[in-house]
Design a protein around this ligand. Structure first.
Ligand code: ZN
Length: 260
């Protein structure tokens, strides 16, 4: 299962910007009153020769960017197979002599991930869990990978599925996998439109990933690999809204890791 979020979060750049923005708004509304209050107290304290009382910190409203982990159906609950480390195109484990091997990221994932890459599955079975199983089967048996390529799936009925472990490099965007978290929306969105519930579930997932991993960018698969239409025109139309919701820039500009 994906690693639990650290129990203590350091203040991210996004948090910092959010808080300073909030403080600026609050300051504009309250500084006049605070100044008048200070003058009144100051006159009083000088008259009585008593020290100024310690100011009570202003209570800030609950920070809106505290996002709960969305409900995610774990691998064993949708019938995923275990990874196959003898897989033809992802054989063994990553190392200097095996750069295409199964790569487990070491350390804090916030230092690894920058971009969320959105996909559509194209294939769709009769339901969401069956589609996840079919994708994994296709990736392992036909593509020769050790596991399903994507880190998460988003079903048409709004169920979110755990895919490849989050601390393992995906195989979903050729040449740009390192540092890219893969999210697949189940369906063919060159032909049909994602359901509103599916878009909302994907939005919540990506909001959480952006905060959890301190991502900077969101993009569609075809922006990295121009030989594909993925994620399809009807899903591509909502990428801007998804990026905006998560506070991410749209595009491939966040890619900084080695190209593997
Ligand atoms: Zn794709």
């Amino acid at each position: 299962m994906p690693p639990s979020p650290p129990s203590v979060r350091r203040l991210s750049r996004r948090d910092f910007l959010g808080l300073t923005g909030m403080a600026a708004i609050g300051g504009a509304l309250t500084c006049v009153g605070a100044s008048l209050g200070y003058l009144a107290v100051d006159r009083l304290s000088r008259a009585r020769r008593t020290p100024l009382p310690t100011q009570t910190p202003v209570a800030l409203p609950a920070y809106s960017k505290q996002i709960d982990r969305p409900g995610i159906l774990e691998r064993q609950d949708w019938g995923a197979h275990a990874p196959d480390h003898d897989a033809e195109n992802e054989r063994g484990f990553y190392g200097p002599d095996n750069r295409e091997g199964w790569r487990v990221y070491e350390g804090d994932l916030r230092a690894v991930y920058r971009t969320v890459v959105v996909h559509h599955s194209v294939l769709y079975e009769t339901d969401d869990p069956g589609t996840m199983r079919a994708i994994q089967q296709q990736h392992m048996e036909l593509r020769g990978w050790a596991d399903i390529a994507y880190h998460f799936g988003v079903g048409q009925n709004a169920q979110v599925f755990a895919g490849r472990l989050l601390n393992v490099r995906g195989t979903h965007v050729e040449g740009f996998n390192t540092g890219s978290v893969g999210v697949v929306f189940l369906g063919d969105f060159s032909l049909s439109v994602p359901t509103p519930a599916q878009i909302e579930a994907g939005r919540r997932l990506i909001d959480w990933l952006a905060l959890r991993l301190e991502l900077t960018h969101l993009t569609g698969h075809s922006d990295f690999n121009s030989d594909t239409d993925c994620p399809g025109q009807h899903l591509r139309e909502v990428l801007s809204a998804l990026a905006q919701s998560a506070g991410l820039a749209l595009g491939t500009g966040g890619y900084v890791s080695e190209q593997t």
